[in-house]
Design a protein around this ligand. Structure first.
Ligand SMILES: Nc1ncnc2c1ncn2[C@@H]1O[C@H](COP(=O)(O)OP(=O)(O)OP(=O)(O)O)[C@@H](O)[C@H]1O
Length: 261
């Protein structure tokens, strides 16, 4: 089956005070439909740049990203994006936030309400549907952002450190909630994180990037069954995979001085 997302020779440079800086160097990566792929790597290795290119928020200097075989030319409702900062509208209730994208898409009031309610229930915010974001905890805000992203029915979810600002316990709970949502509403997920445990716990496949220039360093298959459970998190197999990812992230080759053509 053709990949859902294809990165084809994606390179990107930023101008750093007159000299070019290679944020991404010839990234090739295929992601299958329904896969859950996590991306880890040292700070500045180009994780967010990779995601922004996939989201259509950034045009790569070279190469392209294809979704269902079609080059990405800009943002699309087909690709839901979730950032670390929740980006909720503070004056709107949870329900109105979740309905927002549907309203923009011209979905009628009754269907809007039903779809929003479904995803509010899925992320466990039923009792807070009419609450304003300022009354929610960080984890609840992020669940609202997840419900909002799902409600417009994207085929792909692009998540950039979505749980990065949360405490460890909330983070683990949201990982389970996200996997539960993913198992019920299967989407292709590209999830960026700094957290090696999180990367292994969530993924089918972990992409380890290296910096300077930003590139794919290693791809590690996570051959653990779903649903992932505490038992799996504490298993020897999990520890072994975590060790592999950890080693790949923290013992990387020295940065290349320049990229060869
Ligand atoms: N708008 C920009 N202008 C100049 N340089 C940039 C810009 N955005 C990113 N960079 C540089 O490109 C490199 C990759 O940045 P990116 O944010 O993609 O890395 P990252 O892996 O997501 O980092 P982190 O894990 O710290 O968030 C970094 O060295 C960064 O300094």
């Amino acid at each position: 089956m053709a990949p859902k997302i294809e990165f084809r020779g994606v390179s990107h440079r930023f101008d750093l005070g007159g000299s070019d800086f290679a944020a991404l160097d010839r990234v090739d990566l295929d992601i299958a439909d329904g896969e859950f792929v996590t991306v880890v790597g040292p700070s500045g290795c180009g994780k967010s740049t990779l995601m922004n290119v996939a989201a259509g928020l950034l045009e790569p200097a070279e190469g392209s990203v294809l979704v269902d075989g079609v080059p990405v030319r800009g943002p699309s409702p087909q690709r839901g994006v979730i950032f670390q900062q929740y980006a909720l509208f503070p004056w709107m209730s949870v329900r109105k936030n979740v309905e927002f994208g549907l309203k923009i898409a011209g979905v009628g009031a009754a269907e809007r309400r039903a779809r929003a309610q479904y995803f509010i229930d899925v992320v466990g915010l039923t009792d807070f549907a009419d609450a304003l974001p300022k009354t929610l905890s960080g984890g609840m805000k992020q669940r609202c952002a997840i419900a909002r992203a799902y409600a417009v029915d994207p085929t792909i979810l692009l998540m950039d450190e979505p749980f990065g600002a949360l405490d460890a316990l909330t983070r683990v709970q949201l990982q389970d909630r996200l996997l539960d949502t993913w198992s019920r509403e299967r989407r292709t997920v590209l999830f960026i994180t700094h957290d090696v445990d999180e990367a292994v716990y969530l993924a089918n496949r972990v992409i380890v990037m290296a910096a300077r220039p930003g590139r794919v360093h290693r791809v590690i298959e996570v051959d653990l069954p779903y649903p992932r459970t505490e038992e799996i998190r504490l298993s020897a197999e999990f520890a072994e995979l975590r060790g592999q990812v950890w080693h790949s992230v923290y013992h990387q080759p020295t940065p290349l001085e320049r990229t060869s053509p």
